[in-house]
Design a protein around this ligand. Structure first.
Ligand SMILES: NC(=O)c1ccc[n+]([C@@H]2O[C@H](COP(=O)([O-])OP(=O)(O)OC[C@H]3O[C@@H](n4cnc5c(N)ncnc54)[C@H](O)[C@@H]3O)[C@@H](O)[C@H]2O)c1
Length: 319
């Protein structure tokens, strides 16, 4: 404690010495002793002047993802695929990573639309995010091929409903392996390429409102713990990678109608009624309702946002 006090006294000028010295020379001394980022922060969207923004013929240019290269894990179906289509519409080139042998039927339609109508492309990479060497190699190959790496949506995740008294260590490890380590390694693989190529970037981790609350009537202790970990991971990665101009944010969805929840509705049909009643809009959400959030967080529209969680849950957690 004493040494801590001593080191903090030497690290910053004391109040009394500040009062004695002129305010400006004190500020200069303090600034010299506080570690500064390795290189100055740099915001791409601010290259445009205010005048440019008002006279631009393009509406809301800061939402454009033109020429950006973005990886979407879990992009073979569900929320990841729907968000991938939104990114493509905003101009991005998208690489989807998923462990499915074949992506969902809709993937082919989106890939065709990207090629024929959007002047872009959607590419599928079959990968398990727990296979870290393969994951890193694939992301590096994407960066080499495109010459850049601009963004990530980490949506790959699993869910398991088992009472806490019966949960096995193996199942718990599997849950954390995919939802936490898998998400972490995907973010790391993408961030390494951003740093290597020296381009700024934006990373979005898909959390859940279940990372903030225990769901009434849904018994999934390891899943909820994994999503809380995703939210905390996002804040930590943001704090470490800000100096590389890489932003990291999380999205916390409420209940979404996807294959993940459909399997639960098959087993517990009453949840189709009880779950909507738990939020202020009295309904479930659809993956399409997270398109705007994906484009917002990946684009310069959110250029000053990092270390934040965007909760989109129909007010579930606000009650
Ligand atoms: N559906 C919901 O109500 C809901 C709510 C909040 C958060 N979420 C989160 O949204 C994300 C997407 O979920 P969804 O509802 O679209 O479910 P989904 O099951 O349809 O999609 C998840 C995708 O992740 C892939 N995946 C799973 N494990 C993988 C692994 N080890 N390696 C690579 N890919 C893997 C699956 O193959 C699947 O394509 C998940 O992180 C989920 O936890 C879902």
């Amino acid at each position: 404690m004493a040494s801590l006090y001593k080191s903090s006294r030497t690290a910053l000028p004391s109040l009394s010495s500040c009062l004695r010295a002129s305010a400006s020379s004190c500020r200069t001394r303090a600034r010299q002793r506080i570690p500064q980022p390795a290189r100055p922060f740099h915001v791409t969207s601010l290259r445009r002047t205010a005048d440019d923004q008002f006279t631009s013929k393009t509406r809301l240019p800061e939402f454009s993802l033109k020429d950006k290269v973005i990886v979407v894990s879990g992009g073979g179906r569900g929320l990841g695929l729907v968000q991938a289509e939104a990114l493509l519409e905003a101009g991005a080139t998208v690489h989807a990573i998923d462990r499915l042998e074949e992506p969902a039927d809709d993937f082919a339609r989106v890939a065709r639309r990207a090629r024929d109508s959007l002047g872009s492309s959607l590419t599928y990479h079959r990968l398990d995010v727990r296979d870290s060497p393969a994951l890193h190699a694939a992301v590096r190959a994407i960066a080499d091929r495109r010459g850049r790496m601009d963004g990530l949506i980490a949506a790959a995740g699993i869910q398991q409903e088992t009472p806490a008294l019966e949960y096995t260590a193996e199942d718990c490890d599997r849950m954390l392996g995919v939802n936490v380590t898998g998400v972490f390694m995907t973010a790391q693989a993408v961030a390494q390429q951003m740093v290597r190529l020296g381009n700024p970037g934006s990373i979005v981790l898909i959390g859940s409102m279940s990372g903030t609350v225990a769901n009434r009537g849904l018994i999934c202790p390891a899943y909820n713990a994994s999503k809380a970990a995703v939210l905390q991971l996002g804040r930590n990665l943001a704090s470490e990678w800000g100096e590389h101009n890489i932003r990291v944010n999380t999205i916390s969805p409420g209940y979404i109608v996807t294959a993940m929840t459909a399997s639960l509705f098959d087993r517990f049909p009453e949840r189709r009624t009880t779950w909507p009643q738990a939020n202020m809009l009295n309904r479930l959400s659809y993956p399409e309702e997270y398109r705007g959030a994906a484009v917002f967080l990946l684009s310069d529209a959110s250029s000053f946002m990092t270390g934040a969680d965007l909760r989109i849950d129909g007010g579930h957690c606000a009650w």
